[in-house]
Design a protein around this ligand. Structure first.
Ligand code: PNS
Length: 173
């Protein structure tokens, strides 16, 4: 039987930590679908399409990885693709509380779907998308924190973002 797992997340932007978890998961499962969560309440730095593109380019060397997006409940998406496993990365103990809660809610909603936690590489244990976003927005060098193909995508998103306040300013004088 082929083992399929999904690896859901916001991936805004994907980091080297995410890529490390993806690589580990490719050794454990026959097929891995990276599922970009679309949350209309959040205002992301990267659009859903940019996140998908960034993940596709960064994982092109893994033949058993696909990238998709989902909205609504994660377990419903897992069911719709026939996945019984949800992969999540764990960096530090700080992640545990949130991940535990999410795994328990998901189990209550779908008892046949299990969460599988993979530890990220020690040297990526401090990395998070929100830290990368902050460094990037404040003009710092984020190029060693994300996979190479993600760098120009973040740069383009920053440029697009920089144009928005300028337009607002001109509208209000
Ligand atoms: O990378 P993130 O932000 O930690 O990913 C969170 C994500 C997208 C996996 C989570 O927010 C999610 O599963 N959203 C879908 C809505 C859902 O199923 N909620 C119930 C479980 S908490």
């Amino acid at each position: 039987m082929k083992m399929l797992a999904i690896y859901p997340g916001s991936f805004d932007p994907p980091t080297l930590g995410h890529l490390d978890v993806i690589e580990r998961a490719t050794h454990l499962f026959d097929r891995l679908i990276i599922a970009v969560g679309v949350n209309s309440a959040k205002r992301p730095l990267l659009t859903t399409d940019q996140r998908i593109e960034a993940l596709r380019l960064s994982t092109a060397h893994f033949p058993n990885v696909e990238v998709a997006s989902f909205s609504g409940l994660l377990v419903e998406y897992a069911r719709s693709v026939g996945a019984k496993s949800i992969v999540r990365g764990l960096r530090a103990t700080a992640d545990f509380e949130y991940e535990f809660q999410m795994a328990m809610i998901n189990r209550r909603l779908a008892s046949d779907v299990d969460s599988v936690f993979l530890m990220t590489r020690w040297d990526y244990s401090y990395l998070s998308s929100s830290m990368v976003r902050e460094v990037a927005v404040l003009g710092g060098d984020y190029s060693t924190l994300v996979p190479e193909p993600v760098v120009p995508i973040v740069a383009a998103a920053l440029e697009a973002r920089d144009h928005i306040p300028a337009m607002e300013t001109s509208q209000h004088g």
